[in-house]
Design a protein around this ligand. Structure first.
Ligand SMILES: [Zn+2]
Length: 211
């Protein structure tokens, strides 16, 4: 969420609990000061319009049995049902979201104690990192022409990711934008391999690791 707030990246929440996803989407408001829109039903593409496009938060509803991606409970759906479930996400939403966030199932104790860093602290970091992002955006032009500022190791990892994971040009573009945000947050002048791998980890629906 910090990466999304810093770079202004639209994201999709994926998890077994609608309540937890909603809670996370609302918490986002405290660290992101800007216009954003929550699409509660990812299968409803009608919610998608607007002249001035706000940052979009989409949520993928749980599967039929409700346990898909649940850390402790077994999903009882058939592979066909799961494929259908994943296929129900409109491509317009996939194309518009830069980051896919898997939301863990939070137990009541965790939620009550509100373990984790206070939103205010994250918010302060986000403001500082956004200044660095502006510097990075100036470097976007060379990145588009095929000469991104990245070290050799990052370039090799990227080539491997494209070959092995079959990342589409659209997904590549989103991944690079996210990698730039992460590098800027890390206060680095170039994109390093771990920035690329973190950005790849945020594209779980492209990576098709679910089937
Ligand atoms: Zn299921």
């Amino acid at each position: 969420m910090e990466v999304a707030a810093t770079g202004g990246h639209s994201f999709m929440l994926i998890g077994p609990s609608v309540k937890d996803m909603m809670a996370l989407a609302r918490r986002f408001k405290t660290i992101y000061e800007g216009d954003y829109q929550i699409v509660e039903d990812a299968t409803n593409s009608k919610l998608y319009v607007n002249g001035s496009i706000p940052l979009l938060i989409a949520m993928m509803w749980p599967c039929q049995c409700g346990n898909f991606t649940h850390p402790k409970k077994m999903c009882k759906c058939t592979p066909v049902q799961i494929q259908h479930h994943l296929g129900s996400i409109p491509s317009t939403i996939l194309d518009r979201t830069d980051i896919h966030i898997e939301v863990p199932f939070l137990n009541k104790e965790y939620a009550a104690k509100r373990i984790g860093e206070p939103s205010e602290d994250i918010s302060k970091r986000v403001v500082i990192a956004r200044g660095k992002i502006l510097e990075w955006r100036k470097k976007l032009v060379p990145a588009i022409t095929g000469d991104p500022d990245m070290d050799k190791e990052a370039g090799e990892l990227l080539k491997l990711a494209i070959l092995e994971l079959g990342i589409s040009p659209k997904a590549y573009d989103k991944m690079m934008r996210v990698a730039m945000t992460i590098a800027a947050m890390d206060d680095k002048g170039v994109i390093e391999a771990h920035h690329i791998s973190e950005a790849i980890s945020y594209r779980s629906l492209d990576r098709n690791l679910w089937g």
